[in-house]
Write a protein that binds this ligand. Structure first.
Ligand SMILES: NC(=O)c1ccc[n+]([C@@H]2O[C@H](COP(=O)([O-])OP(=O)(O)OC[C@H]3O[C@@H](n4cnc5c(N)ncnc54)[C@H](OP(=O)(O)O)[C@@H]3O)[C@@H](O)[C@H]2O)c1
Length: 255
């Protein structure tokens, strides 16, 4: 089965596409011939990416301003994308991490992590689902969770709680929206070096962490491609409310 071919001419909206995994998912979808809309706050990065997506073979590529913590911004971004072509796939990828122990986290920082990682998923998902329901068409949502939804590490308590929330929200929305033909699944990556964490992997603690991954290496963004394409296409047509882990075995590491 050619999973990539299933994305051809589908309209895929990726949040947080100005770097890291979101940028990778946008490139992957473009290479499959999808229409790709990318959203984030750093518009100049998105504009540069759009040219690249065109060259990769996107049926169409566009950038929209997006702050996932703000309902008005989310609604405007999805409406702008939808005016160009009806949306088929929403990838809730935008996320931030705090990298601080619990006692050093301010209320504002805690709120920011939860607003981006959890409320942002809810805002974008409900905005898309409303449009799909009104149009009488289904849709597909892929939420980017994390293995920290299932186990914990030091100095990321708000992040871990937010990602556990994403996994549970995925199930709750899947339950409510299956009747509208809307599927909601999550992808839980293990550690992959991106702007979010690259500094950490140069430290002794980071190197020690990699040794605890059963497959003894960090992930590459492309290690997520199979699971991403599965969840984003009708290859997963009877899957909803699930979370697929891709982590080199990290969740199975010895206690
Ligand atoms: N890298 C890993 O090891 C790993 C593992 C598991 C899960 N994840 C998850 O994967 C996702 C992507 O992370 P990454 O590693 O690629 O990190 P990254 O390189 O730091 O990218 C994060 C992206 O989120 C966007 N973003 C942050 N706040 C936003 C907001 N308020 N509104 C819109 N966009 C926002 C950023 O864009 P702007 O700053 O331009 O807005 C950026 O494009 C996150 O959900 C993360 O939790 C990553």
């Amino acid at each position: 089965m050619d999973l990539g071919a299933k994305l051809r001419d589908r309209h895929v909206f990726v949040t947080g596409a100005s770097s890291g995994l979101g940028m990778h998912f946008a490139r992957l979808a473009a290479g499959c011939g999808a229409l790709v809309t990318v959203g984030a706050r750093r518009r100049e990065r998105l504009d540069a990416l759009v040219g690249e997506l065109d060259a990769l073979g996107a049926a169409e590529a566009r950038a929209v301003d997006l702050d996932v913590t703000q309902a008005a911004s989310v609604e405007a971004a999805l409406a702008e994308a939808g005016r160009a072509a009806p949306l088929d796939v929403l990838v809730n990828n935008a996320g931030i991490s705090e990298a601080r122990p619990a006692l050093d986290i301010s209320e504002a920082l805690f709120d920011g992590v939860l607003a981006t990682n959890l409320k942002g998923v809810w805002l974008a998902s409900t905005a898309a689902a409303r449009t799909w329901r009104e149009a009488g068409r289904g849709g597909t949502i892929v939420n980017v969770a994390s293995i920290l939804a299932f186990r914990v590490a030091g100095a990321v308590p708000a992040y871990a709680a937010s990602k556990a929330g994403v996994v549970q929200l995925t199930s709750a929305l899947a339950l409510e929206w299956a009747r509208y033909g809307i599927r909601v699944n999550a992808l839980a990556p293990g550690y992959i070096a991106t702007e979010m964490n690259a500094d950490f992997f140069g430290t002794p603690a980071g190197e020690a962490l990699v040794k605890r991954i059963p497959m003894r290496r960090l992930g590459e963004p492309s290690d997520l491609d199979g699971a991403f394409l599965l969840l984003a296409t009708d290859a997963s047509r009877w899957m909803t409310g699930t979370c697929v882990t891709v982590d080199g075995g990290h969740l199975s590491s010895s206690l």
